[in-house]
Design a protein around this ligand. Structure first.
Ligand SMILES: *[C@@H]1O[C@H](CO)[C@@H](O)[C@H](O)[C@H]1NC(C)=O
Ligand SMILES: *[C@@H]1O[C@H](CO)[C@@H](O)[C@H](O)[C@H]1NC(C)=O
Ligand SMILES: *[C@@H]1O[C@H](CO)[C@@H](O)[C@H](O)[C@H]1NC(C)=O
Ligand SMILES: *[C@@H]1O[C@H](CO)[C@@H](O)[C@H](O)[C@H]1NC(C)=O
Length: 521
């Protein structure tokens, strides 16, 4: 044992100290007893795609294929279904779907895509409904479908939910209104960012003005408490560069919550829609330009850092690398407050707008519905000139030979009270990497193989109060404790694991959760 370790092991030692190394320190194969995963599944239910957690009621609502489930999380170590509701497409919708050459075996079902709690008693839920997106309400008292206030049981879900289960989607309920980013048509070439529900006018992006490229694919959306904006993260083909091949770019778009659309110009359209390019690159490599997922970590000061996972379009397949980049809310705001790009109609090239400034600034949240001049300007000044660079100008983590499909981030304190950020990253092959950010670089504490056969995770949800991570996949839900400290048998093992959730407890000679290790030290 090195001298420093010997010294440390006499007392309580935070496990995240010491030096960094990049490959996973421990890999647990599927079924390893040191990292037992609690599994839930219900007969005949597949595609556990969407989660909604109610931490106060200890319930997890799950949107699956033709089913919505209410799971009780009560006692640690058990998940059981409290209620379930089958909601499949009608026979008529299924045959229409098959008639349109879609598969009755794999596609003509109701894949749930939107699941939000509109109030204490009602959920709002939307599904692909055999390529005919449909929404409804669920009454939580008896977990049954109920009609809307206007008396309709089934509502048109176009613009809120995709038609095709393969299409990406994101939806967020803010102040009783649903902000959604998805495909707005059957063909899948008309993306949309919409706002619906609530009492205000329905708002959309303008398809004719091409605010979004036809292939825009949404991966996440966020609203930070106390901020008047909603952010959307997505991928699309860029047309602002002269490039010989199709060039994908990761983007962030924002709209203002206060937006009510225009009076004369931009009626029922966003008047505050702006988008910007995200950068995630490392010197000497192809840029990481394909975004797969994003997560907003609320900071202590009430603002957010946005974490996102990327790959590169130029190194597909096994040999490719994945990267994690984080962006501060301030950096996003700086770019949205900066210069606009505009398309020069004669040369068909994008240039920087160099005309006079306007007051109020076009696209700002203080812009009113009747400022026609500013609204006309917004029609073709929706792309920012600046690019959003990651914190410290580089990726937080670059991993060879993986594709990260999902990310969630947790902040935790070690026994000394030092704050650490822990990233949970799901790979396309069904591994979960737990990585801690250290001053000298990232350290992968552990890698857990989630499934016996490789498959992609569909959903990752952190329940910080319970110390649990929920994973949705094709055949069920997995419940994973954030750490198992007791698998480290010696002080050296415990300390070298560098897991901020664990600490060595000298008096009892055991590796314990950091929360409890100080209690009787
Ligand atoms: C944690 O590891 C210990 C020791 O290997 C094992 O006995 C225990 O079952 C594990 N607990 C979980 C929840 O995986
Ligand atoms: C599952 O489906 C099979 C075949 O359709 C049916 O026989 C069985 O009763 C179903 N099980 C449940 C629990 O619904
Ligand atoms: C909750 O929302 C539903 C659907 O909009 C509505 O019918 C119901 O009255 C609301 N309940 C409360 C307590 O606001
Ligand atoms: C479920 O509860 C709601 C509200 O109490 C009621 O309106 C509805 O009729 C109930 N549905 C069923 C099937 O019992």
């Amino acid at each position: 044992m090195p001298a420093a370790l010997r010294l440390l092991c006499g007392v309580v030692v935070p496990a995240a100290m010491l030096c960094a190394e990049s490959l996973p320190r421990v890999t647990f194969p599927s079924g390893d007893p040191r990292r037992t995963l609690i599994h839930f599944s219900q007969d005949n239910v597949s595609h556990y795609d969407v989660f909604l957690l109610d931490e106060s009621k200890e319930e997890l609502y799950v949107g699956a294929r033709d089913w919505v489930l209410a799971l009780t999380l009560g006692t640690p170590g058990s998940i059981h279904a409290k209620a379930s509701l089958m909601w499949g497409p009608t026979a008529e919708k299924t045959s229409e779907c098959a008639f349109k050459k879609k598969s009755q075996e794999t596609e003509c079902f109701n894949f749930i895509r939107v699941l939000v709690a509109v109030n204490q008693t009602h959920l709002y839920v939307c599904g692909t409904y055999a390529f005919s997106p449909t929404c409804t309400y669920i009454h939580l008292e008896n977990f049954t479908l109920v009609s809307s206030d206007r008396g309709q049981l089934f509502l048109d879900g176009k613009g809120q939910c995709p038609f095709d289960p393969q299409h990406t989607y994101t939806a967020l309920l803010v102040d009783g209104e649903l902000y959604a980013g998805t495909m707005n048509n059957f063909q899948g070439n008309e993306p949309i960012i919409s706002r619906s529900l609530g009492t205000r006018t329905l708002l959309k992006t303008d398809a004719f003005l091409r605010w979004l490229s036809a292939d825009a694919a949404f991966v996440a959306s966020f609203s930070v408490p106390g901020d008047d904006k909603v952010y959307f993260f997505f991928e699309e083909t860029a047309d602002e560069f002269d490039f010989f091949e199709r060039l994908l770019v990761p983007r962030v778009a924002r709209v203002c919550k206060s937006d009510v659309g225009g009076d004369k110009v931009l009626q029922k359209k966003w008047t505050t829609f702006l988008k910007a390019q995200l950068v995630c690159s490392q010197a000497g490599r192809f840029p990481f330009n394909v975004i797969h997922h994003a997560f907003a970590l609320l900071r202590q000061d009430g603002r957010a850092d946005f974490y996102a996972v990327f790959t590169s379009q130029w190194q597909a397949g096994r040999a490719g690398s994945a990267a994690v980049c984080a962006y501060s809310q301030e950096d996003l705001e700086k770019v949205f407050d900066g210069k606009f790009k505009e398309l020069n109609k004669e040369s068909s090239r994008w240039t920087v707008y160099s005309g006079p400034d306007m007051n109020p600034r076009p696209g700002s949240c203080s812009m009113g519905p009747s400022s026609d001049k500013a609204l006309s300007f917004m029609k073709d000044h929706f792309l920012m000139d600046g690019k959003v660079s990651p914190i410290q100008g580089r990726p937080l983590l670059v991993m060879p030979d993986v594709t990260y499909t999902h990310i969630t981030v947790h902040e935790t304190r070690d026994v000394f009270g030092t704050m650490y950020r822990v990233m949970f990253l799901a790979t396309a092959e069904g591994f979960l990497h737990k990585a801690v950010e250290l001053p000298e670089g990232p350290h992968i504490v552990e890698s857990i193989q989630l499934f016996a056969k490789p498959e992609s995770v569909r959903n990752l949800l952190l329940a910080p109060q319970k110390g649990i991570l929920y994973v949705g996949y094709s055949r069920g839900v997995l419940q994973i404790p954030l750490a198992n400290c007791s698998l480290h048998r010696s002080c050296t093992e415990c300390v070298l694991a560098r897991d901020p959730y664990c600490a060595w407890h000298g008096p009892s000679s055991s590796c314990r959760p950091a929360r409890s290790a100080t209690e009787d030290a």
